[in-house]
Every structure is written in structure tokens, then in C-alpha cells.
Design a protein around this ligand. Structure first.
Ligand code: ATP
Length: 236
């Protein structure tokens, strides 16, 4: 059974309709990427999935509707968002930020275990647990944002343009870690990413979003093999 099924998702801001019926599916253990030009509706899709925006259509997790839930209820069902622009708490320490990610959990021993687990997956955080998040570099803050989202023990991690504004070396490191989180820690992922080359390296499958609609989907290999897609999104 698929982990997440989205059918006919329509959403927008006031009168401005942005999504005109998006369909997508994520299987257990998959890493799926949504590609699309600026303004295609990628962030809007992520926000609707995370319960941050009203929508029409259906969103189901393991066959049960996620619809109408508040953001914290979506998190407790196992879906956690890393928002665009990170959104860590700058005045809290790295460790405190990680604990915020676990705010809905009551299993203290499990939370401690997960802090250790994610600090070993994200070594830059292990060295800085007592440091205020606002004093971290951009790359370190992005790592913290991902680790914080993982602290809720999500089945599905939603990552909205994690590479934005980061130096190429840091981006490569971050994507290596995301691959580890997906393949070794078994967290399914939906990723929005402008850098198609990078995204195709991580993703099993791809959806192409254009003006609020999915216009194509396929495996990462199929996308690389399609000349028009390659020219438009990979530039060669
Ligand atoms: P980008 O890559 O630039 O982030 P995107 O595909 O993520 O693009 P969205 O952020 O989902 O696109 O935006 C889709 C459309 O919705 C855009 O035309 C944008 O101007 C509009 N939009 C986004 N946020 C709001 C808002 N809070 N109020 C009104 N319109 C918005």
C-alpha cells in the first residue's frame, strides 16, 4: 500500500487558486522529488500536506485521511515538514531546538536516544549542542532544521528546498545525509528542489509540477533519459 496518496489537491491564497488538482503518491521507503519552475505551487503543495493551508481534494496516509487535521495532528500522524527558509529558533540552543521537534512525544528515553542518533548522523550538530541556533552557519541551520523535523519520528519527511542559499559543498554534504536518512534510517521523503541534478541523485521518482498541475511523472532514470526534460531542467 502506498504511504501517502494525494488526489485532486486544490489550494490557494484567498481568491488566488494556486493548485488545480495535484495527484501524487509516495510508497513506503521512497524518496520522491517535485520539480517545477518558480511559482509552480511546490511550496503550496508542501504547506497543504503539512496541514498549514486549507485545501480541497484528498490526502491520505496509509489509506486514512489526513484532511482537516491541524499541523500538530499531522505531525503526530507521522508527517513532518522542514519548511523553506529553515525556521529554527535562533535564541534556543541546538539541543533545545531538537527537543522542540519532539514536543509531542512523551517517551523520554526514546527522545534521548533520538538526540544521540541524529547527532551521530549530523556530526556538525553533535559538536554544537549548547550553541544558540542563530549563531550557526546557514548549512548548519539547515542540518538542524532537518534533524529537528526528524525528532518527531516521522514516517514521511517533507523537505522544502533544503539546498536554498547554501554553498555547493554544504549542499552535497546535506544530500548525502538525506540519502542516509532515507536509505539507512528508513524515513520516506518528499522533496521540493530547484536543483534537479541534485534531486535526481537522491530520488527514486519525480513529479513535474507546472502552474498547479502535475504534467509528468516517472522514475529518476526516465527523467534523465527524456531529452526535453533534460534540456529544460538539467540544462544539457
Ligand atoms: P518557488 O520555487 O519560487 O518557491 P513554488 O513552486 O514553491 O515556487 P509557491 O510558493 O507554491 O511556488 O507559490 C505559488 C504561487 O502562489 C505563486 O504565484 C505565489 O506568488 C503565490 N503565493 C505564495 N504564497 C502566497 C501567499 N501567502 N499569498 C498569496 N499568494 C501566494
Amino acid at each position: 500500500m502506498s504511504l501517502l496518496t494525494v488526489e485532486g489537491l486544490r489550494a490557494g491564497y484567498g481568491q488566488a487558486r494556486v493548485l488545480h488538482g495535484v495527484d501524487l503518491e509516495i510508497g513506503e521507503g521512497e524518496a520522491v522529488v517535485v520539480l517545477g519552475a518558480n511559482g509552480a505551487g511546490k511550496t503550496t503543495t508542501m504547506r497543504a500536506l503539512a496541514g498549514l493551508l486549507p485545501y480541497e481534494g484528498t490526502i491520505q496516509l496509509e489509506g486514512r485521511p489526513l484532511g482537516g487535521l491541524r499541523p500538530d495532528a499531522v505531525v503526530s500522524r507521522g508527517v513532518s515538514l522542514v519548511p523553506q527558509g529553515r525556521g529554527t529558533f535562533p535564541h534556543l540552543t541546538v539541543l533545545e531546538n531538537l527537543h522542540v521537534g519532539a514536543a509531542l512525544r512523551r517517551d523520554k528515553a526514546g527522545i534521548r536516544e533520538d538526540v544521540d542518533r541524529w547527532c551521530s548522523v549530523f556530526p556538525v550538530l553533535a559538536e554544537r549542542t549548547g550553541q544558540a541556533a542563530g549563531t550557526l552557519s546557514g548549512g548548519e541551520q539547515q542540518m538542524l532544521a532537518v534533524a529537528r523535523a526528524l525528532m518527531s519520528r516521522p514516517r514521511l519527511l517533507l523537505c522544502d528546498e533544503p539546498s536554498l542559499g547554501l554553498a555547493p559543498r554544504i549542499v552535497a554534504e546535506l544530500f548525502d545525509i538525506l540519502a542516509t536518512v532515507n536509505r539507512e534510517q528508513g524515513v520516506s521523503m518528499l522533496l521540493v528542489e530547484q536543483n534537479a541534478e541534485l534531486a535526481l541523485g537522491l530520488a527514486n521518482r519525480v513529479y513535474l509540477l507546472e502552474v498547479g498541475r502535475v504534467i509528468a511523472s516517472g522514475t529518476a532514470g526516465e527523467f534523465r533519459g527524456d531529452e526535453s526534460v533534460r534540456r529544460a531542467y538539467l540544462g544539457y
